[in-house]
Design a protein around this ligand. Structure first.
Ligand code: NAD
Length: 292
């Protein structure tokens, strides 16, 4: 099965990283965004990342130019019609993803493989929105995509062995270390990570320790690069909330249920670093824990 021409839908945080690593690995890439302005924002993000790679001597200037020669941008979905593999990295909403795949199903050739970068939604539901459920997989990258080594390659009960193996090999060709996972909400990493983050919030709610001390304990006690509450601020507290709701809906187990404090922080619009406030105030040089 040939995978040479790649389509990426969405050029936000994840889509721009996926386009960059695919072009770096010599694949021919077409990126689709909704508007010219969003294309420019995505292009600037890739440019910044590539320039940094040149500055730190991870990439030569000539290689950077080669990467640009392999990426094209379009606002038209039809620009993806000839792709061997289309990876979506659009908003985390089932309706939007199903609509996208159903439209692509009519536009792309019958051989095209569809992959979703979803963090928590069901790949099987997306596969069911197409006439090619055997050719739909999950391809879950981690942020920042050019840096993180892992990709979870997810199969549904309908994915063919040939398609799964080809996408697994494609992930290796990107220089990643893939792991195989079944289509269960959270796959491998989030299935373990989300209850951990929620438990840290529950611990805070019960008054066991302060925000700073919970983070310090997990950083120094386990050698983690950051504590769970700082990690929530990095991931986005709204995102943690949405993923936990989806996982609770899937498993109906208390460990995935969002704690009331998480809901209250989301209601206040304190989404973490991206809004300047979450468990910490990020406006100064150092994060300062906020009263809760
Ligand atoms: P983002 O908001 O940064 O980017 C999404 C982009 O998709 C936006 O630029 C938006 O304009 C574009 N878009 C929306 N609908 C589109 C369409 N129909 N066609 C083309 N473009 C469209 O979001 P993100 O953080 O890059 O997340 C994207 C996906 O990746 C989500 O499913 C998310 O769950 C998943 N994911 C995110 C992370 C993370 O750490 N942010 C990690 C792994 C997976």
């Amino acid at each position: 099965m040939i995978i040479e021409k790649i389509g990426v839908v969405g050029c936000g945080l994840m889509g721009s990283g996926i386009a960059e690593v695919a072009a770096k690995a010599d694949f021919d890439v077409v990126v689709r965004e909704i508007t010219i302005e969003l294309i420019e924002t995505g292009r600037a993000r890739i440019q910044k990342s590539l320039d940094r790679a040149v500055e730190t001597e991870k990439l030569t200037a000539a290689d950077r130019d080669g990467v640009w020669s392999r990426i094209r941008f379009s606002t038209e979905l039809s620009a993806l019609a000839d792709r061997h593999l289309v990876i979506e990295a659009i908003v985390e909403e089932m309706e939007a993803k199903n609509e996208l795949f159903s439209t692509l199903d009519a536009l792309c050739g019958p051989e095209t493989i569809f992959a979703s970068n979803t963090s928590s939604l069901t790949i099987t539901d997306m596969a069911a929105a197409t006439q090619r459920p055997d050719r739909v997989v999950g391809l879950h990258f981690f942020n920042p995509v050019p840096v993180m080594g892992l990709v979870e390659v997810v199969r549904t009960i309908a994915t063919s062995d040939e398609v799964f193996d080809s996408v697994f090999s494609f992930s290796e060709a990107l220089g990643k270390k893939p792991v195989a996972a079944k289509d269960r909400s959270g796959f491998v990493v989030n299935l373990l990570l989300v209850p951990y983050l929620l438990d840290a919030i529950r611990q805070l709610e019960r008054g066991v320790a302060s925000v700073e001390d919970i983070d310090r304990a997990m950083t120094l006690g386990l050698g983690h690069p950051m504590g769970p509450l700082t990690l929530c601020d990095f991931v986005g507290i709204d995102t943690v909330y949405r993923i936990s709701e989806i996982m609770f809906d899937e498993y109906r187990e208390g460990r995935y249920a969002p704690p009331p404090l998480l809901k209250r922080i989301v209601s206040m619009g304190r989404f973490g670093r991206k809004t300047g406030k979450g468990f910490y105030d990020w406006s100064g040089d150092h994060p300062v824990p906020l009263p809760l």
